[in-house]
Design a protein around this ligand. Structure first.
Ligand code: GAL
Length: 856
């Protein structure tokens, strides 16, 4: 790939890349390829069908109650009697039904995810498929997947976060019954967070002719972009699965994609090229096309194109393959920062784990989209996929919605953090896993940085760092390689970080000025790859302390020893104006890792060069082990596990969207036990000045010191019930106001849906928020009323939650207490049913609330 090596030379330090990407399907040929959500389309062959339905499941080894069930032999066999197995559709996370168990560790969510899971699916393909290549593409299966077809072993992919393809062709029986069997093993896997268990992402059946575009077989770059034209460079890998040498013709047509992911007008086409393919061999064909007046992909206007590649033999089209892509330039510089299409963009990012709260690890596009919309509303423009390769849907949504993505491969290399980490398979698999990540994801315009790791214990290893970075660069020289370092010296002292294009700093900025002055790193663009780690529980406020009853005060002052408040991080960032930006740990609360109530000793790794801090933390961990906290999910989220914003949301919104009039006052104003007591009041605002009023009386005006203050604080407010109001100003003009009011008694429930029209595909969801309010509709901030949920009509309850990190109520329960005034019920339409359904929320002594959801 000549063009790529030229681009390689352009890389180093100041990386200027025109990259594109996108994809799409050929609506003209096969119109309905994607069952889950037709508006999500991906790179691949046009004959790609959902393979999610009608699986059978049985669990062996460790069971959810901690007992063991022996795994019988021959579960892969064609004749095995699986009639008693559980019927289900994918994606499936076998552990999210719990139960939560206090004897299990908080670090993985107190959920029983360890076990051996078997899946079987009986299916037929038409006799007319004889002679075709038949593949099954797994987007992800946790973990150590082994696959058999009709009793014959097909292959394995141990790493649970990667996507992989299995070639069924040798054993498939067209026109007859086939049985695919999948064995998964999470007993051999350890994790620092909740990984889930099972085939938790989508699965696809792909059919092609023997001469076809290979798996992830297109690579599109845009080496030259001007306002007038963009050169689109395509490298197409064509596989010849026949036993004969063949001649194939390859041509790619580029279409603009509209907002509904539908190809619009033709934008350009390559010339038809002739490719001679040896029997059983693959070859790469490079070609170019020029798009006039290209529409750039940008975070504000995520325009995309789709490349439709066809392969013809003897005048007949034998394969069609779609690759969505975008046209944009990225440039990273130690002096100019990060430039997208020539414009400076500050990275306002969040790290996120892969679980979707009450839905567990099972991917759900509407659940993910809800999260991304909230993050975007906060001003977040970038996602770090901590600490693994994401579901394809995340990148598809990022492309469509305009997020930049730090795409991450590993949490460990050769040295594990836990006993059974990736280190066990590193030697055999790291190259295959890195290649899989890059080949799958390199056509997404959203992906702008590759990360080879997070806080790996061997981050000082010079040779290994270079080896991994080079594997990635060989497959995609158009994006920088980075790594999240958490040792103030690590990586840089040894020189390992010299292999990076972008330096990723997790938390430890104390020596940043020293490293910036070090000639080895002076010109290296730097990013806060992990920042803040503030911890809080939504709606909890403590006075004179930060922790109580396994909850954490929402005054946003608490953080573990390695972390800091958002405010402190903003001040640190300001010291390094050329830093590209930051990724806050984390956007959402997630299952597992309930720091500071997390007794996981890998926390010690955060202080690898500070023995006194290690000793202090070791003592705390010992105490935690003895007290066995009930906490099963994190407190790090800016947004809680149920998707309800904590106060911190408005800190980031104020900073990241300075043009938006934001005022947010806290705590709530229902403190009957605090009458006459000093009750500090904090305000986040995008203004620069604010005046506070209690029952109409001014409590004074406060002014932010620019670059120093990121909230305004009235520390001496004496609590009196009533109305607390803040009026914020910007440049001397009134800008935004907010108010909290002492409420009356709880009188009613108030339910509202994020989406009142959903589809009947069985996975589209509506998230309904229930607030306990007084008769005037004011939320009762400390209410914990028990709420019962039910449905009339063609809908079902999928899960409930309230964001309480210590609740052991199963997510599938139809009853749940409000946590600090709020609860969530997630509903879907019954598959294939039309009409509407009514969701009812009731609680004793309160008036009932209904929401109607229409099915389209
Ligand atoms: C970091 C680590 C994250 C998470 C976080 C909690 O050191 O990379 O995965 O553990 O700490 O603050």
């Amino acid at each position: 790939m000549k063009v790529l090596s030229v681009m390689n030379m352009i890389m180093k330090r100041s990386i200027f890349l025109g990259i594109p990407f996108l994809f799409m399907l050929n609506l003209m040929i096969v119109p309905t390829l994607f069952a889950q959500n037709k508006s999500i389309v991906r790179m691949g062959a046009t004959d790609t069908q959902s393979f999610d339905e009608n699986w059978l499941f049985s669990r062996y080894g460790l069971q959810s109650d901690g007992s063991r069930k022996e795994e019988p032999k021959n579960l892969e066999s064609e004749n095995y009697n699986d009639t008693a197995w559980q019927k289900l559709d994918l994606p499936h996370d076998w552990a999210i039904t719990g139960p939560f168990r206090s004897d299990l560790t908080g670090e993985t969510g107190k959920l029983p995810w360890k076990g051996i899971g078997w899946y079987r699916k009986h299916f037929t393909i038409p006799a007319t498929d004889a002679g075709k290549q038949i593949f099954v593409d797994f987007d992800g299966a946790m973990a150590y997947a082994k696959i058999w077809l009709n009793g014959k072993y097909v292959g394995t992919w141990p790493y649970g976060y990667n996507s992989f393809r299995m070639d069924l062709t040798p054993f498939i029986k067209p026109g007859q019954k086939n049985i695919i069997a999948v064995r998964l093993d999470t007993e051999s896997w350890d994790s620092r967070w909740y990984p889930g268990g099972g085939i938790y992402r989508h699965v696809w059946l792909v059919k092609t002719n023997p001469v076809h575009v290979g798996h992830w077989g297109t690579y599109i770059t845009t080496p030259k972009i001007t306002a007038k034209s963009a050169t689109v460079q395509l490298a197409v890998t064509v596989d010849n699965a026949t036993k004969k040498n063949v001649t194939a013709k390859v041509r790619t047509v580029l279409f603009e994609l509209d907002k509904n992911n539908t190809p619009k007008s033709k934008a350009a086409a390559t010339k038809e090229s002739v490719l001679e393919l040896k029997a059983g061999a693959s070859a790469v064909l490079e070609s170019q096309a020029t798009i006039a007046n290209p529409k750039r992909w940008d975070i504000k206007s995520p325009n995309r194109y789709v490349a439709q590649t066809t392969i013809s033999m003897n005048g007949k089209v034998v394969d069609t393959y779609n690759t969505p892509f975008g046209i944009r330039t990225i440039e990273f510089s130690a002096t100019k920062g990060f430039l997208l299409n020539g414009q400076k963009v500050e990275i306002k990012g969040t790290c996120n784990h892969h679980d979707l709260g009450a839905l567990g690890a099972a991917i759900n596009t509407s659940g993910l989209k809800r999260q991304l919309k909230m993050l975007q509303d906060m001003g977040c423009n970038s996602l770090r996929t901590s600490h693994n390769v994401p579901a394809p849907e995340l990148l598809e949504l990022a492309d469509q919605m305009g997020f930049l993505v730090w795409d991450e491969a590993f949490d460990t290399w050769k040295v594990g953090k836990k006993k059974n980490d990736y280190n066990k398979i590193f030697d055999e698999w790291h190259k295959k896993d890195l290649n899989a990540m890059v080949h799958r994801d390199r056509n997404h315009p959203s992906v702008f940085i590759w990360s080879i790791g997070n806080e790996v214990p061997d981050q000082q290893n010079v040779a290994l760092t270079k080896q991994l970075a080079d594997i990635v660069r060989k497959e995609d020289p158009t994006r920088p390689v980075s790594n999240g370092y958490n040792d103030p010296d690590g990586g840089r002292g040894s020189g390992a970080a010299q292999a990076m294009d972008v330096m990723g700093v997790n938390y430890f900025f104390s020596k940043q000025a020293q490293w910036d002055a070090d000639p080895r790193y002076t010109n290296m663009p730097t990013l806060g790859s992990e920042t803040a780690s503030t911890v809080s529980s939504r709606g909890e406020y403590f006075f004179g302390k930060e922790y109580e009853n396994w909850q954490i005060s929402s005054y946003d002052t608490a953080h573990p020893g390695w972390g800091c408040t958002p405010d402190e991080q903003f001040r640190t960032n300001a010291k390094f104006p050329n830093m590209l930006g930051e990724y806050v740990w984390t956007g959402f609360d997630y299952l597992g890792e309930p720091t500071p109530y997390n007794s996981d000793e890998t926390n010690l790794l955060n202080f690898r060069s500070d023995p006194s801090k290690i000793a202090e933390l070791e003592k705390k961990l010992e105490e935690l082990r003895k007290s066995n906290p009930p906490s099963r999910s994190s407190y790090f989220g800016i947004i809680d596990l149920a998707g309800f914003p904590k106060d911190r949301f408005y800190s980031y919104q104020s900073k990241w969207r300075p043009e938006l009039p934001v005022a947010h006052i806290f705590p709530h104003w229902n403190w009957k036990e605090r009458i006459g007591l000093v009750t500090p009041v904090h305000v986040y605002t995008s203004g620069d000045e604010a005046e506070l009023f209690l029952n109409g009386k001014s409590l004074g005006r406060k002014v932010k010191t620019p670059g120093i203050d990121f909230r305004l604080i009235w520390n001496d407010v004496v609590y009196t019930p009533g109305e607390l109001k803040v009026v914020c100003y910007k440049n001397g003009k009134e800008w935004a106001t907010d108010m909290v009011k002492t409420t009356g008694k709880a009188a009613q429930l108030n339910a509202s849906a994020d989406r009142s029209v959903i589809t009947d595909d069985g996975s589209d969801l509506s998230f309904i928020t229930i607030k306990v309010t007084d008769k005037d509709g004011l939320m009762i901030p400390r209410s914990n009323s028990l709420i019962k949920f039910s449905i009339e009509g063609a809908g079902e309850i999928v899960a409930t939650d309230n964001g309480d990190a210590t609740s052991f109520v199963p997510f599938q329960s139809h009853e749940r207490q409000a946590y600090n005034g709020m609860a969530l019920v997630i509903v879907k339409a019954k598959k294939g049913q039309k009409g509407q359904f009514k969701v009812k929320a009731e609680s004793e002594g309160l008036s009932t609330s209904f929401v109607t959801i229409k099915i389209k």
